[in-house]
Design a protein around this ligand. Structure first.
Ligand code: GLC
Length: 622
């Protein structure tokens, strides 16, 4: 190929990318590449495959645009080193393609680099919403970005900008708040944190999701396919009841309550946005041209690219070619296939050849993908060769864990307190509840595996660790099941919890505290002078039965791998400043939207403040 429009002639054997001036203007680079690409290469650039379905050599052969590790899609032994080696191999393979355009490797780093063993797991977004602290959210995203960069990953499918209205939804914890304004402020901060001050040198592309309005889906309208493990949820109420369901708001309501976070994110520089499974008055989001093109791209001026969600286009039509054309014509620019990517590429080529997808729509989609890659420095030799050099030691480093501990404390909300808090520094404590010493339960879904799991699934510190750090191990006795005969103490700290869940698998009709957990609370009640109950959950639960038993009830949400931050609030090392980001129903009737005689829900902003009293530190932690 002769010298290109940038006046640079690639050395023999060089790819086009290796020949670009550093950095050439985006418009020139993008236009040149698009003019060079075959239709097959354009379709490939619009394709995202999951890591188990593609090899580096496949990338060299096809010029695929992206690879993702979905929830639990972890390479090798799941260590940071294994991640970095796998991602580097995929990127290297893509640079051997004819045009040498590197892939974007995408992950769900939604509360830290949460698939990676030993990474810092930050509180889920609902807990960050309880901090209402944009600077803290920005710092958390920046720390997550550095841990993500350390493994060579330059794209995270975060932040989720859902504004959850029905807390029975399994993705409530992925949103910041039921208040769209707060969700927008924190969403903006998250995008700024992911991108950093120099997108080329130390940025990770954010991916605000899922556009738009999913927080308003109606219970009972779930539309997604049922996953084989649906029977997980015996006893926890139905699953897959609202997720991927239908939104029935007017356009004015949709714009008023659910659009603001995306406006903030675009203004903050977001270059990728994920479409949503939710339908709007029965029309699926991935096929809604008005939302994805007229509203998002034309009215809001979004210049980046829209990526589809996992197999979402398959739901548009039984004919895959028709489905692909519907999604792309609506405004999807990259498709998370994620398995049979050859089929998708072939479908696009066929649909364009048949005149069902205009070539200029393809060129626009490819140009948007390439623009994002150019902005992050992948489309010139300097950028492509110089992936940010962030040490693997950053993953799970002490500084990030301290930040996560601070965030867990700041998001802890005291719902009620009859003078039990803060726990006196000379108190002896009986600690009970399955979640009091369980990292997996404190982290919830999207942790190491897609749905997460109980147990010591990664490294970190629990609520029990924090209590012992503050009060001394000799004075904090673990009685996990609350059945240690005769054990008494001045103070009892008992957790109640939800098991980890994800997406529609966490849709739950009944938000009562399970009977067996209430039994543990009652058992400890009889053996202590003051009782503190800590709720570890992705959403509000009905705590009325606890209010009659406990002297204090605290919402800790899903605090992450540094749950000792929750204990910091209980013992007064950190002030209690957390406030509700969602209204907290006081009865199942209120959850269901039925009138009742219970006290009204605790409103957004509720939280019993505890002073900034700082208990004497026994080990200097905190
Ligand atoms: C999931 C989620 C989306 C996630 C994607 C990749 O189904 O809806 O939030 O980013 O697939 O794991």
């Amino acid at each position: 190929m002769q010298g290109n429009m940038l006046g640079v002639t690639p050395e023999a054997g060089d790819t086009l990318i290796a020949s670009f001036a550093r950095p050439a203007p985006a418009a020139d680079v993008v236009q040149l590449l698009v003019s060079e690409m075959t239709l097959e290469e354009k379709a490939a650039q619009m394709t995202q495959a999951e890591l188990g379905s593609v090899t580096p050599d496949d990338l060299a052969r096809t010029g695929l645009g992206s690879v993702l590790g979905g929830g639990g899609g972890n390479p090798g032994d799941g260590s940071a080193t294994a991640w970095r080696d796998a991602v580097d191999a995929f990127v290297e393979g893509s640079r051997r393609s004819r045009l040498g355009i590197p892939i974007l490797y995408g992950v769900d780093a939604v509360h830290g680099h949460n698939n990676v063993l030993g990474a810092t797991i930050f509180p889920h977004q609902i807990g960050l919403g309880a901090t209402a602290d944009a600077a803290l959210v920005r710092a958390v995203a920046r720390a997550a970005a550095l841990e993500t960069l350390a493994t060579g990953v330059r794209w995270s499918f975060a932040p989720c900008l859902a504004v959850p209205q029905d807390v029975r939804w399994g993705r409530t914890y992925e949103g910041f708040s039921q208040d769209g304004v707060l969700a927008g402020q924190l969403g903006r901060a998250a995008v700024e944190g992911w991108h950093g001050d120099d997108l080329r040198r130390s940025g990770v592309l954010a991916c605000p999701k899922h556009f738009v309005g999913e927080g308003a889906m109606v219970w009972g309208t779930a539309g997604g396919e049922h996953h084989p493990w649906i029977d997980w949820w015996d006893g926890w109420g139905a699953a897959w009841q609202i997720d991927q369901g239908d939104v029935r708001l007017s356009e004015d309501e949709l714009r008023r309550d659910h659009l603001a976070p995306f406006v903030e994110a675009i203004d903050a520089g977001a270059l990728t946005i994920m479409a949503g499974y939710a339908s709007w008055h029965g029309e699926r989001g991935h096929g809604n041209r008005y939302l994805l093109t007229d509203l998002l791209k034309r009215e809001l001026g979004f210049e980046g690219f829209v990526v589809s969600d996992w197999m979402a286009i398959d739901q548009l039509d039984e004919d895959y070619g028709v489905a692909a054309a519907m999604a792309i014509n609506a405004g999807v620019d990259m498709v998370m296939v994620p398995f049979d990517y050859e089929r998708f590429i072939g479908a696009v080529v066929d649909q364009v050849s048949a005149g069902n997808i205009p070539l200029d729509r393809i060129d626009d989609a490819v140009a948007r993908v390439l623009l994002a890659k150019h902005r992050i420095g992948l489309l010139d030799a300097e950028g492509a060769d110089r992936a940010p050099d962030v040490s693997i030691d950053v993953v799970g480093c002490a500084q990030h864990r301290a930040l996560a501990r601070r965030a867990a404390a700041a998001g802890t909300v005291v719902l009620a307190d009859r003078g039990a808090l803060p726990i006196a520094p000379d108190a002896d404590v009986l600690a009970a509840g399955a979640a009091i010493d369980d990292i997996g339960l404190a982290c919830g879904g999207w942790t190491i595996s897609w749905a997460g799991s109980a147990g010591a699934i990664t490294t970190g510190r629990t609520v029990l660790d924090g209590l012992r750090d503050a009060l001394g191990s000799d004075r904090v006795r673990l009685d996990a099941h609350g059945d240690a005969d005769g054990a008494t103490a001045r103070v009892g700290v008992v957790t109640v919890h939800e098991p980890p869940y994800v997406e529609g698998g966490g849709d739950r009709a009944d938000l009562a505290i399970p009977h067996d957990q209430l039994e543990v609370v009652r058992s400890v009640r009889d053996r202590v002078e003051q009782l503190v109950v800590v709720v570890i959950s992705g959403r509000p639960l009905i705590v009325e039965p606890l209010l009659d038993i406990a002297d204090a009830v605290v919402a800790a949400w899903l605090p992450g791998s540094e749950a000792d931050g929750v204990a910091d609030v209980l013992v007064g090392r950190s002030p209690a400043t957390g406030t509700l980001p969602v209204a907290w129903p006081r009865s199942q009737a209120q959850v269901d939207g039925r009138p009742d005689s219970a006290p009204p829900p605790w409103p957004i902003g509720h939280g019993v403040p505890l002073g900034s009293a700082v208990a004497p530190s026994r080990s200097g932690g905190g």
